[in-house]
Design a protein around this ligand. Structure first.
Ligand SMILES: [Zn+2]
Length: 199
């Protein structure tokens, strides 16, 4: 009987220790640690000579300089005519405001399209996600396909190219989940809003 109780105690203690170790693994904690800094962090925009304001939100940074989470509106499900839905978030900002990489990755495509205007597709390391930035006024000087960009790197400026209203410049930002082998024009959109407003 006493051996049985001792055995149960041992199992309980070992279980508890394993539980504590799992909870303290750095991988579990890292995103939450990063989410505790909602204030803008000034950083020099590479090649611009200007200071840009980087606001971190969870694992991402908000892709327009100086914009904080409570300035964002969830426009992911908005209708966009001809049966299309938006599948992105529009971040309003004055023309010329720096657009910065929400996540690190490699510039896969610089593309001019009828709807999106001047656009950038950046594939994150690992390949499963592409961040898409549209209606840019201009690319950052020297931005090229194949270039590695760190998170927070300036990739262009807010504008209204494509089908955006010239009176309402904004960044159209989308996150696409990529199946293996899919190209930059493919993927399935997920809503960036909850990710950008995570505390
Ligand atoms: Zn949009």
């Amino acid at each position: 009987m006493i051996r049985k109780i001792a055995m149960l105690l041992l199992v309980a203690v070992v279980g508890y220790v394993i539980w504590v170790i799992i909870l303290n693994l750095p991988g579990n904690d890292a995103p939450r640690t990063m989410a505790t800094s909602p204030a803008p962090v000034a950083r020099m925009g590479a090649g611009t000579g200007k200071t840009i304001e980087v606001v971190r939100s969870g694992p991402l940074v908000i892709p327009v300089a100086g914009i904080v989470a409570n300035q964002l509106t969830d426009t992911f499900d908005d209708a966009r005519g001809e049966g299309r839905i938006h599948d992105a978030i529009d971040i309003m900002a004055p023309r010329g405001t720096p657009v910065i990489a929400a996540a690190a990755g490699t510039v896969e495509k610089l593309f001019e399209s009828k709807l999106g205007g001047t656009t950038v597709y950046i594939r994150r390391d690992g390949g499963q996600w592409i961040d898409y930035y549209a209606h840019l006024d201009a690319y950052a000087p020297g931005l090229t396909e194949g270039q590695k960009v760190p998170q927070g790197h300036m990739i262009g400026t807010v504008g209204s190219t494509g089908d955006a209203s010239p009176e309402a410049p904004h960044l159209h930002y989308a996150i696409n989940a990529m199946a293996p082998g899919e190209g930059w024009w493919q993927g399935k959109a997920i809503n960036p809003y909850p990710l950008l407003t995570r505390r």
